[in-house]
Design a protein around this ligand. Structure first.
Ligand SMILES: [Zn+2]
Length: 154
């Protein structure tokens, strides 16, 4: 038996209107990033089951562990404002140190992947994830595609 991940590769023009809007919102979120140390401005956007969208962006801090990634800032904001709404989809992108949108998609760090696993478990539904770069967009139907054999208490 072999375990394989399925990652769809698409161009922005091939995305559905809903997915494209979520990517556009993630791009907008990069302008709200607070990244005076890395100058790598990450934007995230999530679509909730009730249709509400929420933006997140990385928030850095001189005491480095105190900062947070764009993905988690969006998910935790959603949890605070709409605790009963499942996360349906998440889009992520970033601007490089020159302020340009990244060419290749950036993918979530380990802790964000772990939070996404628990988000899926909590709401009993997968989160569609769109990783946008100018050259291509990676699409997965669940964080499990990016984090197989993950730790879970459930
Ligand atoms: Zn992260």
């Amino acid at each position: 038996m072999t375990l394989k991940s399925e990652i769809q590769v698409a161009q922005l023009s091939e995305l559905s209107d809903s997915d494209r809007q979520l990517v556009d919102l993630a791009i907008e979120a990069t302008s709200r990033s607070y990244a005076p140390y890395s100058h790598f401005c990450v934007g995230a956007s999530i679509l909730l089951e009730n249709g509400v969208t929420i933006m997140g962006c990385n928030q850095e801090n001189a005491a480095f562990p105190a900062g947070i990634c764009a993905e988690r800032s969006a998910i935790f904001a959603a949890g605070a404002q709409y605790p009963d709404q499942a996360v349906v989809a998440l889009a992520i992108t970033a601007r490089n140190t020159k302020g340009e949108l990244i060419d290749e998609p950036a993918s979530p760090c380990g802790p964000c992947r772990q939070v996404l696993i628990e988000t899926e478990t909590r709401f009993k539904r997968p989160v569609r994830i769109l990783l946008y770069g100018k050259n291509r967009t990676f699409i997965v139907d669940s964080i499990k595609q990016l984090m197989p054999l993950s730790f879970t208490e459930f």
